[in-house]
Design a protein around this ligand. Structure first.
Ligand code: IDC
Length: 510
């Protein structure tokens, strides 16, 4: 968390009135020149770091709400999700600028384009709430009035009648289309001026980005020892539980993001699960035993943070779990000895079998060797992968393992795996645990694919399927939850989350 960046931004905002604003793409003579300049001078607007304003760019919900609130003097309240604009959106919702369903304050849709009809409503509610207009006049002059949703009639009629909105050259409002940044400035400025002029935006102390409200819950002290009941994971009272959290990246590469500070910060956003991915190859355990020490300290940290924690034997390039079965047996014997009595610990015995392996020929025999090793000391949850990078649930279902408290992992990446894999989970009738998923493509990059990720999260939530997201690190790949250079030693601030991280961290506490 680096507060200094914010201090600089706010210093700039406070000084705004005395600065001459110049954007490389806003020039005298442009129709929006005066509005954009005046709004910038009052501290309502910021351009991009490259010196552009991008007047014809599409404005998002978060951006429109932020600019309106600055211009209307609405100060942010405490953020409850990780999005940069959340404090402002929460304050705007409380101030009655829009309804919950229009911009759910959970953050998922903040970065979507706002529609013109909602934008008009927000601007009118912020500046000219009591204005009314003439229905007959406006409904007959606006050519596409019938395309408006009924809930926007009052605001749109008032906006036309007050001269805040004029429509396009064809007399249309295009109520469900998006709005450019320059157009948004125009309607905000008109409304603010009609209301009685502009007051410079001076952020109050509460405008510094709030650290996330601590949202603990669903941890070990609440749920106790877990077991499998049918296809469900249940707590010590037999009630269904869903674990949600982050997976580490490879512990050999990113130990700093498996530190107690990083794990605690994740728990503070509401996660009740942490997965410790200990690679077997690529510099991992079979090549460097020291990575086990990193794993043990991460597991201990998660336990102190009241979280459930997965010990993941992260096979990947070594596609056949039998390749390192001896080391696995030795490792899990030690882990079960150490953690066998601890209700927090789950054992994932083979991350992703892949290549020329089958369920019945490789994975099942491996599991039948490792499970008894763990069972000698622990009756905790054991998580088993399947061929094709833990997607072949249908093969496991034909020849399942016997024994209690065994779950089958399914891994997905939203840019690669879609309906067909959800269908496979729905069809397999096995207890499934998604120990790894990403918002990216399967290579950890590309995207992010938040629409598909949302479908997956909804699917998992409806079925109570537990999950861990790949991954808590700042690597320059889209699946990473943190921005490059994030310093988590004093927590994770909302601005340190990547696009993926902002989405995923917003899902823990639902
Ligand atoms: C990826 C990492 C990437 C690393 C690669 C190889 O994101 O930085 O270079 O592994 O070690 C998995 C694996 C997981 C992968 C991830 C994304 O379990 O280790 O991480 N992925 O490719 N299965 C499907 C996708």
């Amino acid at each position: 968390m680096k507060k200094s960046i914010f201090l600089v931004i706010f210093a700039i905002l406070t000084l705004a009135a005395s600065c001459a604003y110049a954007y490389s793409d806003v020039n005298e003579g442009d129709w929006f020149y005066e509005n954009v300049t005046e709004m910038s001078e009052n501290g309502y607007l910021k351009g991009y770091e490259d010196g552009t304003f991008r007047p014809s760019g599409i404005i998002t919900k978060a951006e429109l709400v932020s600019v309106v609130c600055r211009a209307a003097g609405i100060q942010p309240s405490a953020a409850v999700n990780a999005h940069w604009a959340d404090g402002t959106v929460q304050a705007a919702l409380k101030a009655g600028l829009f309804d919950w369903d229009e911009i759910p304050p959970t953050g998922e849709t903040y970065d979507e384009p706002i529609t013109r009809q909602i934008a008009v409503k927000i601007v009118m509610n912020a500046f000219l709430k009591d204005r009314r207009g003439d229905y007959n006049e406006v409904s007959s002059s606006v050519k596409d009035f019938s395309e408006l949703d009924g809930r926007y009639y009052d605001s749109v009629i008032a906006a036309y009648s007050s001269g805040v909105v004029f429509g396009d050259e064809n007399g249309r409002l295009n109520p469900k289309s998006s709005l450019t940044r320059a157009e948004a400035c125009a309607i905000i400025m008109r409304a603010a001026k009609i209301k009685g002029g502009l007051t410079p935006f001076v952020p109050t102390a509460t405008a510094t980005p709030a650290s996330p409200e601590v949202k603990r819950g669903g941890g070990v002290s609440e749920n106790g020892k877990l077991r499998v009941d049918g296809t469900r994971l249940v707590n010590e009272r037999g009630e269904a539980v869903q674990l949600r959290g982050m997976s580490s990246h490879g512990l050999q590469w990113f130990p700093q993001f498996a530190s107690e500070a990083a794990i605690k910060a994740t728990a503070d956003y509401g996660a009740n699960l942490f997965r410790c991915a200990m690679y077997t190859s690529e510099g991992g355990y079979t090549e460097n035993r020291a990575v086990k020490d990193t794993l043990v300290s991460a597991v201990d940290a998660a336990i102190r943070q009241d979280m459930y924690v997965i010990i993941d034997w992260h096979i990947l390039s070594d596609g056949d779990p039998l390749a390192h079965a001896d080391e696995a047996a030795e490792f899990f014997a030690e882990m079960a000895e150490r953690y066998g009595d601890n209700p927090a610990v789950l054992y994932e015995i083979c991350n992703e079998p892949n290549g020329n392996v089958t369920w019945s020929g490789n994975v099942k025999p491996y599991a039948e060797r490792i499970i008894p090793v763990i069972r000698a000391k622990s009756d905790g949850i054991i998580l088993v992968g399947s061929p094709t990078w833990s997607q072949d649930l249908h093969e496991a279902a034909k020849d399942p393992l016997s024994g209690e408290n065994i779950m089958y992992t399914c891994h997905f990446y939203a840019g690669t795996h879609t309906d067909w894999l959800r269908q496979r989970i729905a069809d397999c009738a096995l207890p499934v645990f998604v120990t790894e998923w990403g918002t990216s493509s399967a290579d950890g990059g590309g995207g992010v694919f938040l629409d598909e990720a949302r479908k997956w999260v909804d699917f998992m939530n409806e079925r109570g399927i537990s999950w861990a997201n790949w991954s808590l690190c700042d690597k320059n790949e889209t699946s990473a939850a943190l921005r490059t250079g994030a310093d988590v030693s004093d927590g994770i601030s909302p601005d340190e989350l990547s696009e993926s991280g902002a989405f995923v961290f917003g899902q823990f506490a639902k």
